[in-house]
Design a binder for this molecule. Sequence first.
Ligand SMILES: Cc1cc2nc3c(=O)[nH]c(=O)nc-3n(C[C@H](O)[C@H](O)[C@H](O)COP(=O)(O)OP(=O)(O)OC[C@H]3O[C@@H](n4cnc5c(N)ncnc54)[C@H](O)[C@@H]3O)c2cc1C
Length: 400
Amino acid sequence: MASQQSVIIAGGGPVGVVTALALAQKGIPVRVYEAGDQVNSAPRASTLHPATLEMLASLGLLDDVVTRGLVARTFQFWDRPSGTVVAEFDHAILKDDTPHPFVVQCEQHKVALMAIDRLKAMPHAQVHFSARVSAVEQTADGVAVTIDRDGEQEVVSGSYLVGADGGRSTVRKALDIEFEGYTFPERFLVLTTPVDFEKERGAGYRAYFSDPDEWCNLFKVAGEDGSGLWRVVMPTVPGETDEEVLSDEAVQRRLQKFFPKGSDYIVVHRNIYNVHQRVAAKFQKGRVFLAGDSAHVNNPIGGLGLNCGIHDAMDLAGRLAAVMEGKASEETLLGYEERRRPMNIEYVQQQTIANKKRLEEKSQEQREKNFEFLRQTAADPVAHRAFLLKTSLLESVRRP
Ligand SMILES: Cc1cc2nc3c(=O)[nH]c(=O)nc-3n(C[C@H](O)[C@H](O)[C@H](O)COP(=O)(O)OP(=O)(O)OC[C@H]3O[C@@H](n4cnc5c(N)ncnc54)[C@H](O)[C@@H]3O)c2cc1C
C-alpha cells in the first residue's frame, strides 16, 4: 500500500493527536479534524502513568510533559472520617521495571497542545479546527468522510479513519457500534482551588479518601503558570441539579466539610461530569477504528482512561504504519481490537470499578478489611510492586 495515502483522524483530543503524531513520525500523512475551535482545556485527565510515560518518551514528548507537569512518585489512601493516611504507595519500587518509576501530573490539554505543535512542523500532517466529522462511508480501498465547516460540507478521502472523537463519538454511532455498559446515577463534581493541601493538611499530590458518606479524590496539577492548583473530586447526590451543586454556598459547604478552613476557599474552576463504565462492542469495522473515549469510558478514580487511550493510539498507529509501509499484511489490523478491547476490560474497567467501590464502601467491616489489605500491600515489597505494576498499567503493556 502506498504510504502517500493518508489516515484521517476524527477528534483533536489527546488520543487523536497522539495517534496522528505517532503515524506522522513514521512518515504517514495524517489529517486531524477537530469539531472545537481550539483544544478543550476543561479540567479532566492529569495523571500519566509510567507505561504511558514510556510511550510519550518514544514520541519525544516526555521532557516537555515533565517540565509542564509535576512529578508525583507516591500516592495515598486516606480514611476520610478519621482524617488519617491508611497507606502510601511509592513508584520508586518499580525502578527495575521502567525508566520512569513515577507518575507525572500533566493536564491533558497540555499534552494535546504539545503533540499539535510537533504536527504543525511536519509538512505531511494537517490539524483542522472547527471541522466536525458528520458522516462516514467506506469501500474496500478507502474511506470518505464528510466534514462540516462553517456551514459548508466537504468530503475528504483517505486510506483509514480513526474515530478519536470522544465518548459521544459520531464515528462510533455512524458505524452502528453499541456502547455496552452503564452510567452511574450520581455525577462527579470537580472543584479547582489554589489552597495548598500539602502544606495545610499533609496530602500527597494524589490522594484517595474513602468515606461511606462522601468519598473524595485530591490531585495537584501545575496549572498554566506552574504555581500549582488542587483538584477536589467528589460525587454528587443523584437528582441534585447543576445549580444546587455548583452554587457558591454548596461549593463552600462541601470544601469546608472536606477540610475546614478559617476563611472561604478560592475556587477557580467548578464542573460536573456524567460518569460511565462502557466499552464499544467493536473497535474496528473495515477501515475504521475507534480509539480512546470513543471506544471506552470509565470513572476517573485511578486515572486510567486517558492512559488507556494513549495506549490504543500507539498500538493502532504501529499497526497502521506497518501495513501502509508494506511491512505487514492487513490482518495485522485485526490484532488491534483483539488486544486492546480485553486490555481495557481487564485493566481499566475492572480496576476503576473496584477503586470506586473501595472508596464508597459503607460497611464498616468491609472498610476495615479494605484498609488492612492496603496496609499489608504497602508494607510488603513484593505485593507493593505487584500492586503498582497493575495500577500503573505496566503489567498490561508488558503482556505478550
Ligand atoms: C473529571 C475527569 C477526570 C479524569 N481524570 C483522568 C485521569 O486522571 N487520568 C486518565 O487517564 N483519564 C482521566 N479522565 C478521562 C480522560 O479525560 C479521557 O479518557 C480523555 O479525555 C480521552 O481522550 P480522547 O482524546 O479519547 O477524547 P476527548 O478528550 O473527549 O477528545 C475528543 C475530541 O473529539 C472532538 N470531537 C467530538 N466529536 C467530533 C466530531 N464529530 N468531529 C470532530 N471532532 C469531534 C471533541 O471536541 C474533542 O476535542 C478523566 C475524565 C474526567 C471527566
